[in-house]
Design a protein around this ligand. Structure first.
Ligand code: PLP
Length: 355
């Protein structure tokens, strides 16, 4: 059954899997909606995207994604409000960042219309998959990878852009204990740390496994040169509260320019919370912990929005953060999710209505 939505051709799946899904007990990113958006690049250009039934992809064993890792992605969430309107959060920023990532990996940049029209069409076709339960959302995963063939170590001549979606519950449950990394690095100057490249995650898994074996749930990444400055929390940006000031590292080659991070900075400042965007040394955090001025640490990213940290390990010693009733973490998380889900005014113009 073919139709056209927002100029995008739609090939509908013959059956729906939606009745097999328990929307009250959703995990994160484990069940997938009925459709996906697919867009092909070959002969030097992107061809018009299509919405098709969700299905496996067939690739040649020599496809360059397998050998040379040309792969970038984005993560966003779609929400449905009480009136069944569908909302995204700053999706143009995800589009722009996808192209920034692609460029760094010598991959072709997408036209804005293919991304935005395709995204809108896909969400309309699968709008029944957008959960309405508190804390749940439709997680949206746009990605681009090298589908072109050949063992020659050079950029591929063919790529695929796909958007797949997964109705999801909340990403993290509870606070995490983190290990400040003193040996491994997530990224380096001149590298690809600022890009949302799949390979950045591959490189994080092993050091994270080692931290888990030591009883921590997550790694705090420090700068690759000295390991003296705090940069990110796992695959999230990091905020540290000392007294009543929030501190986060400036973005750089090594740090991903998170949409949640920049939204938190703007929101906190507009509500009178002091935010310092500056280098933050491990030494300063340890000293603040010893003096009792370290109040909070939390990760910030689309999946969890805000992920509070209960304590950290450094140099073989553990430091606990205080238990507080009212935290910036929970306040800012609520403010952001209320804006995202159309429960609160959006003075910043961040919310985007899908139509
Ligand atoms: C995706 C990501 C973030 C968070 O970015 P958001 O736009 O807020 O989702 C932070 N750090 C890394 C390394 C990431 O990959």
């Amino acid at each position: 059954m073919n139709t056209v939505i927002n100029d995008i051709e739609v090939i509908k799946s013959k059956t729906s899997k939606i009745n097999e899904v328990d929307f009250d007990h959703l995990k994160f990113g484990t069940v997938f909606s009925d459709h996906m958006l697919v867009c092909d690049y070959n002969e030097g250009r992107w061809h018009a995207p299509k919405v098709v039934p969700y299905q496996p992809i067939t690739l040649d064993p020599s496809a360059k994604i397998f050998h040379y890792g040309q792969s970038v992605f984005e993560g966003m969430k779609a929400y449905k409000d009480v009136e069944d309107s569908v909302w995204l959060f700053r999706p143009l920023d995800n589009f722009k960042r996808l192209n920034i990532s692609s460029k760094r990996l010598a991959m072709p940049e997408l036209p804005e219309a293919y991304f935005m029209d395709g995204l809108n069409a896909l969400l309309k076709v699968d709008q029944a998959w957008i959960p309405k339960n508190e804390g749940s959302s439709l997680y949206v995963r746009p990605f681009v990878f090298a589908s072109g063939n050949g063992f020659h170590a050079s950029p591929a001549d063919a790529y695929k852009f796909i958007i797949a979606t997964a109705p999801s519950g909340s990403y993290f449950s509870g606070k995490v204990k983190v290990l400040i990394e003193q040996n491994y690095s997530r990224s380096a100057n001149g590298g690809v740390g600022f890009a949302k490249a799949g390979g950045n995650y591959a490189g994080q898994f092993y050091p994270t496994q080692l931290a888990v074996e030591k009883g921590y749930q997550q790694v705090i990444w420090t700068d690759d040169n000295t390991h003296e400055y705090i940069e990110e929390a796992g695959a999230m940006n990091i905020f540290v509260r000392i007294n009543d000031t929030l501190i986060t590292a400036p973005t750089s080659d090594r740090i991903l320019d998170g949409i949640t991070r920049k939204s938190i900075i703007e929101l906190a400042q507009s509500e009178g919370i002091k935010v310092d965007v500056r280098k933050l040394s491990v030494h300063e955090v340890v000293e603040a912990a010893q003096q009792g001025s370290l109040k909070e640490m939390f990760g910030a990213g689309t999946a969890a929005v805000v992920s509070p940290i209960s304590g950290f390990g450094y140099n073989g010693k553990d430091y606990d953060l205080p238990e507080m009733k009212e935290t910036y973490a929970s306040y800012l998380k609520k403010r952001i999710t209320d804006i995202q889900t159309n429960k609160a005014e959006d003075p910043f113009g961040w919310r985007y209505k899908v139509e």
